[in-house]
Write a protein that binds this ligand. Structure first.
Ligand SMILES: *Cc1c(COP(=O)(O)O)cnc(C)c1O
Length: 424
């Protein structure tokens, strides 16, 4: 768990993350009293002494361990920058992480983190479906480096995945369990605690790590580190950025693991720039407001879709009910249903396209988590790369439409969907 700075407390009581997003980790006195952090648009930083420079570099390259309260000095913006450091401190508060690293994109965070921990001969066990870029990295890039990947469908009990791995004789080569939950676009859940326990069972001399892509529900509605995960990954392009105007990514976890991730980030040069850091700091101030409004709006929209005669099936976490094993996982690891809804129209691709082309307020675009609502067609867009047979197995049919709910008035979103469904 994170060791919060003293400013994270009031009268000995820890403050809520949303109360700290405007100020935590930033000292106005260091920036002429500016209430907001300036954009530190600089490539390099002046050392006070040569000894300082030497000491900072030792830490940056992992040549010695950091002292308990030692902060790394500023060196060069590929290694660190005040906008990123303040952002990273604030991000740790939501997930209860010791440390965070910000990247130029979600894919930069995912690829840098995977390459920090897997080596030739290793096995990665991963949930399916995963984000298209991640899928490509796992299935087409990592194998070129001698890494074997084994997939399991979201919703598979951890014991079944374990049996499969053992039957293939791969259990002792496992380096990482990689989870994306809820799965895109079906909202199928993976039990984080059960898979973290599997990682513990299969750990030998080297610990098997559990990494969770938390883009869909986090950091508000799901905090994987609290359920035993070691690493949390984000496309900050989505809810964290939240305004469809920035591409960025984040990795969070223990200080020891993040120090390793940061060495890789330094070498690959996959960090975010200062301006991206500044934009994300501004976004974090309204993160809870936005995600709460999106979550509430989604509830109204799902209710409307559930009852609509031209809607065949709705995939929404709020629809899960007692008795469903997925409901048990939901109750344990999620605190709200979030703002993502997928549904099947009555018919097929033609009907889905008719609906998408008729939308007026909701924009037809991929991506998600922004203030504006977006709709897309997974089978022909975000998941067109998935093998057609597997696509059907995963439930991604030609009739499916995915919507990311924004902060508009729910009545307007429903009115738009109602008029577009008339066209189906
Ligand atoms: C968008 C997304 C990514 C990739 O993030 P980029 O910022 O586009 O690189 C990874 N995982 C999930 C779940 C995503 O939605």
């Amino acid at each position: 768990m994170a060791e919060r700075k003293p400013e994270g407390y009031l009268e000995g009581r820890p403050l809520h993350p949303e109360s700290l997003m405007m100020s935590y980790g930033y000292k106005p006195a260091l920036s002429e009293g500016a209430i907001k952090i300036p954009i530190f648009q600089t490539s390099t930083f002046v050392f006070k002494t040569a000894e300082d420079g030497k000491s900072f570099f030792e830490l940056a390259y992992g040549l010695r361990h950091r002292g308990p309260s030692e902060e790394m000095g500023l060196i060069y913006s590929r290694l660190n920058n005040p906008d990123l450091e303040v952002l990273e401190d604030r991000l740790t508060l939501w997930d209860g992480a010791e440390s965070a690293a910000t990247f130029a994109s979600g894919m930069a965070a995912i690829s840098t983190t995977l390459l920090a921990f897997v080596r030739p001969g290793d096995v990665v066990l991963h949930s399916e479906p995963v984000y298209g870029g991640t899928d490509f990295l796992l299935k087409h890039v990592l194998p070129q480096f001698g890494v074997r990947v084994v997939g399991f469908h979201a919703g598979t009990p951890a014991e079944a995945a374990e049996t499969q791995l053992r039957r293939q004789g791969l259990a002792d080569k496992l380096a990482m369990i990689y989870i994306e939950t809820p799965a895109n676009p079906t909202n199928a859940l993976v039990d984080i605690a059960a898979y973290a326990a599997l990682a513990a069972r299969l750990s030998g001399e080297r610990r098997v790590l559990t990494a969770v892509d938390n883009t869909f529900l986090g950091p508000l509605w799901q905090q994987p580190l609290r359920h035993g995960a070691d690493l949390v990954l984000y496309s900050a392009t989505k809810y964290i950025g939240g305004h469809s105007d920035v591409i960025a990514g984040v990795c969070l976890g223990s200080r020891a693991l993040l120090d390793q991730v940061k060495v890789m980030r330094t070498i690959f040069g996959t960090m975010a720039g200062a301006h991206t850091g500044w934009l994300l700091l501004r976004s974090l101030e309204t993160l809870k407001l936005r995600m709460t409004s999106q979550m509430k709006n989604a509830r109204y929209v799902a209710e409307f879709l559930n009852d609509h005669p031209k809607v065949e099936r709705v995939y929404y976490l709020g629809n899960l009910s007692e008795g469903d094993p997925q409901y048990e996982v939901y109750r344990r690891q999620c605190s709200a249903a979030g703002g993502m809804i997928s549904f099947e129209v009555v018919g097929g691709e033609k009907e889905a396209f008719r609906l998408l082309n008729a939308l007026k307020l909701i924009h037809l675009a991929v991506s998600l988590g922004g203030t504006e609502s977006l709709a897309e067609h997974p089978a022909s867009m975000t998941h067109s790369d998935v093998d057609p047979e597997e696509r059907i197995e995963l439930g991604i049919t030609p009739a499916m439409v995915r919507i990311s709910i924004g902060v508009e008035h729910p009545e307007d979103l429903i009115a738009d969907l109602a008029q577009a469904l008339e066209q189906v």
